[in-house]
Design a protein around this ligand. Structure first.
Ligand code: ADP
Length: 390
């Protein structure tokens, strides 16, 4: 449905993908008076609930992409799955694709990403492409096997300790027609994330480096800034993120997920070229959120300050609990009364076990207090602390 004419004469920004990241771009878009047009995969998905100017269709279909981007000068993304050929076709149509296909491929394909990092002299876990059990054996057990494309939230990642455990990953790779990457098992102290926003003019803003906790391959908690991080290592992580953003000509937000090794180094795990779960803390904990800086960056507007607003911010994801734990709204009276400083962000998604349906942010001067408040609220919403109707 076409919206009324925009009184601010701002350009309409096309966003592909109707998940929570697109939904959360809508908040700063409202504040800045930026019209968004969305391609949603289905009616009623997370971002389609809040962006009235949306088209429902398949992002793998070029005609659909052309319909959505018609009249838009810039297109950006909620996910990295749009086929590269389609992105080139949109560029040929005169639309600025941000981030562009040449950058995005490094977030789509882990083998391409590893090769490019090697060229840039940036640190990765030891790695090799493998096609057989023999290849994996000569790489050495134990190791991590990863499909180079299509993995997310720990899917497409296997820890293997012997030849018999390679059958499943090799089968999945063969069936899906993707390559398989072997990596050394990194002995890491924790996982870090370095987030930067970069505009086409080359302006960049680096957020403080954060620590993230993953359970079963899913990010559950983020602490900003990473507690007790050696300032030199924090600087190195930011430098890596800025180098990647510049060298790959990334526009918008880039998240570099890193391992902090037990012997005091940082190694790049993966790249994401969009707002990222490890940056959700910025909504309440930074002067400019990652979502706002993503919009500013892809529109080539000056970036906002990434400085933190308070000493600590803790983000905890709300994951769907067992199916019968009811409705998230039922959790509001207790969660909001218990902690008037808590910031809650729900995505408008149906509850499914393990699915990310929202997150909370708690900020303040005392890290333990922030952790307790954010963890309590997330556990409450999940239904781990009892029945909300009691
Ligand atoms: P995804 O594409 O699902 O995000 P990742 O490559 O980030 O996959 O891997 C998921 C999780 O598996 C990581 O967050 C990390 O905890 C663990 N992991 C991945 N690679 C390695 C590695 N080389 N060594 C040790 N742990 C790893």
């Amino acid at each position: 449905m076409a919206p009324a004419a925009d009184p601010h004469h701002a350009p309409t920004l096309a966003v592909i993908g109707g998940g929570q990241l697109a939904r959360m771009m809508a908040q700063p878009a409202i504040a800045l008076g930026l019209p968004l047009r969305l391609l949603a995969e289905a009616e009623g998905v997370s971002a389609a609930q809040v962006i009235p100017d949306h088209v429902v269709g398949d992002y793998r279909d070029l005609d659909t992409l052309r319909t959505v981007t018609a009249g838009c000068s810039v297109v950006t993304f909620d996910h990295e799955h749009v086929p590269t050929d389609h992105l080139h076709a949109l560029e040929d149509d005169g639309i600025a694709v941000r981030p562009g296909p040449g950058a995005l491929v490094h977030a789509q394909d882990k083998a391409v990403m590893r090769a490019r990092l090697d060229e840039l002299g940036l640190p990765s876990p030891r790695h090799a492409l493998v096609t057989s059990v023999e290849d994996v054996a000569s790489f050495g057990f134990p190791c991590v096997l990863k499909t180079t494309r299509g993995g997310y939230d720990g899917k497409g990642v296997w820890f293997v300790s012997g030849p018999e455990e390679c059958a499943e990953p090799l089968r999945v790779a063969a069936e899906t027609g993707v390559r398989l990457l072997a990596e050394e098992v990194v002995d890491f102290r924790r996982e870090l994330s370095a987030l930067v926003a970069r505009s086409p003019s080359g302006q960049a803003a680096a957020y403080p480096v954060v620590a993230s906790t993953q359970v079963d391959g899913i990010c559950v908690e983020v602490v900003a800034p990473a507690p007790d991080l050696d300032p030199d290592l924090a600087g190195r992580a930011q430098e890596i993120a800025l180098t990647v953003a510049g060298a790959l000509d990334v526009t918008g937000v880039l998240a570099v997920e890193l391992f902090e090794t037990t012997d005091g180094r940082v190694l790049v795990n993966e790249l994401a070229m969009r707002p990222h779960n490890t940056g959700h803390w910025t909504q309440d904990g930074a002067v400019t959120s990652q979502f706002e800086n993503h919009l500013r960056a892809v529109l080539d507007l000056p970036l906002g300050s990434p400085a933190p607003r308070s000493r600590w911010t803790v983000m905890v994801n709300i994951l769907g609990g067992p199916a019968e734990t009811g409705r998230l709204y039922d959790g509001y009276p207790h969660a909001l009364a218990r902690d008037p400083h808590l910031r809650v962000h729900l995505y408008g998604k149906d509850l499914r076990p393990g699915r990310k349906v929202g997150h909370v942010n708690a900020y303040g001067d005392d890290l333990d207090d922030c952790l307790e408040r954010a963890r309590h609220a997330a556990a409450w919403f999940r239904g781990d602390l009892g029945d909300h109707s009691e």
